[in-house]
Design a protein around this ligand. Structure first.
Ligand code: ADP
Ligand code: MG
Length: 340
């Protein structure tokens, strides 16, 4: 048996298996990068359900030309520098894996310009093989293009579904990301036709992105939540118990702005509704939990879908009590009672 060091391209392709499952994961990672760069507006162009093309353009901070090769290198990130930073991550990204992963399994192009720079620069990578950085005109911000996803990894490409299915997955992620940032304008086209346009004026309850994700009826039945205590804050909207669902399809939970699945919190929500909801029915909500980033470990899952709370019990009880208070208040028709 011979042990050999794998080449970088292959290492990236292996990592891509965890981070880039399908076009929707590429869209998610690129939009998260745009948000981390402080974008106010994000333009997304898709072709053939993202399989043929995903292009994400932002008006964020941009990348210096000499840093473009680093941006697409594995384990290179501007978001953390030490273990202390890792323990208090406030950005959506921090692993430095997304760009190199997708660049190793697609025809990839990044063009970027920092505000104040005379011009932008471009770097193309074909199936993990980088070209040269060349000057390129671009407004301040960044464009990343991912074409022909998995063209060089037939085994992965086989798992891609029909254009409509892949597009539906992309739209799920876009809704999820957009709900957390009603202050950011997002436009999406598919096969050259406008698909979505979310304005970014910051008023989530009136925003089409909320109506598209949870429906007009949810908005009419929404109870505002804004509770704080024990270093935690929970805000957003939950549906009146009279509005319920057959499945858990309208449950959006964010921890420090990151969409996560969390059984502990889901349980706390169920418990708060347990007296007021028919058995087997599911509540609808969009809830944002904010806490000191040191109180939550986001480095649990390569795709960052899960987090781990330092004080899970405290979080559970806080969520339960917050929602219980809001629900009790609607039953009694009284003003909100502050949490103890
Ligand atoms: P991570 O987001 O975990 O740091 P990525 O591979 O997604 O890793 O990106 C690598 C680096 O490239 C980022 O840390 C950031 O410095 C830079 N970058 C990526 N996308 C953008 C963007 N849209 N705008 C500005 N910088 C970006
Ligand atoms: Mg990233």
């Amino acid at each position: 048996m011979t042990i050999r060091q794998l080449p970088d391209t292959l290492i990236n392709q292996i990592a891509a298996g965890e981070v880039v499952e399908r076009p929707a994961s590429v869209v998610k990672e690129l939009v998260e990068n745009a948000l981390d760069a402080g974008a106010r507006r994000i333009d997304i162009d898709l072709e053939e359900g993202g399989i043929r093309l995903i292009r994400v353009r932002d008006d964020g901070s941009g990348i210096a030309p000499e840093e473009l090769p680093l941006a697409v290198s594995r384990h290179a990130t501007s978001k953390i520098a030490s273990i202390e930073d890792l323990e208090a991550v406030a950005t959506l990204g921090f692993r430095g894996e997304a760009l190199p992963s997708m660049a190793s399994v697609s025809r990839f192009r990044i063009v970027s310009r920092q505000a104040g720079a005379a011009h932008g620069a471009e770097l193309r990578i074909d199936g993990g093989k980088p070209g040269q950085v060349t000057p390129q005109a671009h407004p301040p911000g960044t464009t990343v293009e991912v074409r022909d996803l998995f063209y060089n990894v037939p085994a992965r490409r086989k798992f891609l579904r029909a254009e409509r299915t892949e597009l539906a997955h992309i739209e799920d992620w876009l809704r999820t990301l957009a709900l957390a940032r009603p202050d950011v304008e997002i436009r999406v086209t598919h096969n050259g036709k406008p698909l979505r346009r979310w304005k970014g004026d910051g008023h989530l309850l009136n925003d089409v992105r909320l109506h598209e994700a949870l429906g007009q009826e949810f908005a009419h039945n929404a109870l505002a939540v804004d509770q704080a205590g024990a270093g935690l804050r929970l805000h957003g909207w939950i549906a009146r118990p009279t509005y319920h669902r057959a499945s858990a399809d309208q449950q959006y939970l964010y921890v420090n702005g990151r969409s996560v699945r969390d059984r502990n919190i889901a349980h706390a929500v169920r418990q708060a509704y347990s007296d007021v909801l028919y058995h087997g029915r599911h509540p609808a909500y969009v809830l944002f939990l904010e806490l000191d980033p040191r109180g939550v470990d986001v480095n649990v899952h390569p795709a960052k879908h899960e987090v781990r709370f330092r004080e899970a019990r405290l979080v559970h009880d806080f969520v339960y009590r917050s929602l219980h208070a809001v629900l009790a208040q609607t039953r009694a028709g009284q003003a909100a009672a502050p949490l103890p």
